[in-house]
Design a protein around this ligand. Structure first.
Ligand SMILES: N[C@@H](CCC(=O)N[C@@H](CS)C(=O)NCC(=O)O)C(=O)O
Length: 218
């Protein structure tokens, strides 16, 4: 089966896009990178061109060109699930059902329980209402990662769930980066830090790192 032509619409600092980038690199897939600047000029995500790709005006979006057809997937977890079904090796989910559900539980903890509360539009609204955006984001990130630390201490091997990289690890690494950007001291999460260090040894994680993206700014 020939590989589809893949285009990842991304912003270098987007933690949700970073997850998909880890998954693509982990599976050794080549893809084109289409930068979407989330800040410049009020945000390219709100322009007509990008809204025709994702009406929700968020990255990531993965364009898939195959057999003369184009599909667009958004939502990083749905994209990673599709990648795992379409390109099963190496898998990003364990085989055992309870372990699979645990990986999805951790991915959702980050995806639904933390990241939406630190999203750019939400922080802009917090500021508009007179709040402190860093204090707001840091509070929710700390609460979520404290809980992930407790859970992961029971399931982690080299990685968050056992000894193979999963979608949960692809969610963890960008989230810890966001924690640092929001002035949190990450050593309070020793299990998460240990797993992050193991991930950082892997080429896929180095290639997907925000600072290594073509649109990264110093
Ligand atoms: N649940 C979505 C979250 C997507 C999301 O929030 N993306 C952020 C960047 S990490 C975004 O595009 N924000 C633009 C904005 O807030 O205007 C996913 O996992 O793909």
């Amino acid at each position: 089966m020939s590989a589809p032509d893949l285009i990842l619409h991304n912003y270098w600092r987007s933690s949700a896009s970073w997850r998909v980038s880890i998954a693509l690199h982990h599976k050794g897939l080549s893809f084109r990178y289409a930068p979407v600047h989330l800040v410049r000029g009020g945000g390219e995500q709100f322009g007509e061109a990008f809204r025709s790709i994702n009406p929700l005006a968020q990255v990531p979006a993965l364009e898939i060109h195959e057999h003369g057809k184009t599909h667009v997937l958004t939502q990083s977890l749905a994209i990673m699930e599709w990648l795992d079904e379409r390109f099963p090796t190496p898998s990003l989910l364990p085989a055992e059902p309870f372990a699979r559900a645990t990986v999805r539980q951790y991915a959702e903890l980050v995806n639904a329980g933390i990241q939406p509360l630190q999203n750019l539009s939400v922080l802009a609204e917090v500021e508009r209402l007179g709040g402190d955006r860093v204090a707001w984001a840091a509070g929710f990130i700390a609460r979520g990662l404290d809980s992930l630390e407790t859970l992961a201490a029971r399931t982690a091997g080299t990685f968050l769930v056992g000894d193979a990289v999963t979608m949960a690890d692809a969610c963890l690494v960008p989230q810890l980066n966001a924690a640092r950007r929001n002035k949190l001291e990450v050593d309070r999460w020793p299990t998460l830090r240990r797993v992050e260090a193991a991930c950082e040894e892997l080429p896929a994680f180095a290639q997907a790192h925000s600072d290594a993206q073509p649109d990264a700014q110093p």
